[in-house]
Design a protein around this ligand. Structure first.
Ligand code: AKB
Length: 317
């Protein structure tokens, strides 16, 4: 019987923690990690790993066949800031990999798909405060356009072909195990590293830039939560809004000062400011809460405490 999970993009920020959590839950043998590059020791040493280019259909199909995979988490993507530098490459990676997985589900070679969307689907014309599930969406980044388009395709494959695809719109994610790469919300991770290393941080977003964020444990719980939900509970097959906390750089700095009183933040906004300016400040995720019981746990101070505690050994000699 087919019963393995394949994670594509397992060595990224979400993929690393998701793989480890799913291995703890289902057993190491049941979760196959794959990525274009190798990942952390914890990931590489705890189960199957395969080098995989997510845009190579034959290679993806081969892994699905060889490992008897029935569920795919497609986490490979180029994020907002880096995608602006490589638009064609980002579009190719983000869309081609999604089509491959949706087509394999349509052909019933796999049963269930998770694909991550993002708050980047929203744009400057979207209501920025408590952004509703269904609203104006005019994304201005390549990444945002790829996520919005991807959402429409997920809904389409579900409606036309019965594909069981599930998705959430992640806010900025914060974790201490794997650093993010190429996002606009990355400052909220960098700031903890710099606070411990240098006692100060020069922020690439300007003061007052409020963005929706979430601690990684919450994001992983949401991901597994929507995948566990009975099919009929998942009423939205594009992607669900998902909220944790919202804050601006000064608020995270103030939270860090509770542990490192001399910590200083300064501001030198770059091109990422223009991206952040088009994104929501806070998210209304009542649909996710009502449909499949989503609830966040971590607030800013709880997250700060965990981040500093776990990163400290890295910077203490
Ligand atoms: C990014 O900043 O690009 C990502 C996202 C919000 O999807 N963290």
């Amino acid at each position: 019987m087919k019963s393995r999970i394949l994670i594509i993009g397992a060595c990224g920020q979400i993929g690393t923690e998701l793989t480890i959590k799913l291995r703890q839950r289902f057993g190491n043998d049941k979760v196959v990690a794959s990525d274009i590059r190798e990942g952390s020791d914890a990931l590489m040493n705890s189960g199957h790993f395969e080098l995989l280019d997510a845009t190579d259909l034959e290679a993806v199909e081969d892994l699905i066949f060889r490992y008897k995979v029935d569920t795919v988490y497609l986490m490979a993507a180029m994020l907002s800031a880096i995608a602006e530098r490589f638009p064609a490459k980002a579009w190719h990676l983000n869309m081609t990999s999604l089509f491959h997985v949706l087509d394999l589900a349509k052909e019933q070679k796999i049963k269930k798909v998770f694909w991550p969307s993002s708050i980047a689907v929203f744009g400057a014309t979207t209501p920025a405060v408590m952004t509703p599930q269904t609203t104006i969406m005019e994304p201005s980044t390549v990444y945002g356009i790829s996520k919005q388009t991807g959402e429409r395709w997920c809904q389409y494959y579900h409606d036309k072909f019965g594909v069981d695809v599930r998705s959430i719109r992640y806010p900025g994610l914060i974790s201490y195990t794997t650093e993010p790469g190429g996002g606009t919300t990355d400052y909220a991770v960098d700031i903890y590293h710099r606070a411990l290393k240098h006692g100060q941080y020069r922020c690439f977003l300007q003061a007052g830039t409020t963005l929706p964020m979430m601690y990684m444990d919450d994001a992983i719980r949401a991901t597994i939560g929507i995948m566990d939900a009975p099919s009929e509970a998942v009423k939205i097959r594009s992607a669900y809004n998902l909220a944790g906390v919202s804050f601006e750089p000064e608020e995270i700095a103030a939270s860090i000062r509770k542990h490192i009183p001399d910590f200083e933040i300064s501001y030198e906004p770059d091109f990422r400011q223009a991206i952040a300016d088009t994104w929501p400040q806070s998210i209304d995720d009542s649909e996710a809460r009502n449909d499949w019981g989503w609830q966040h746990e971590y607030d800013l101070d709880a997250m700060t405490k965990i981040m500093l505690k776990n990163l400290k050994p890295k910077y203490t000699h």
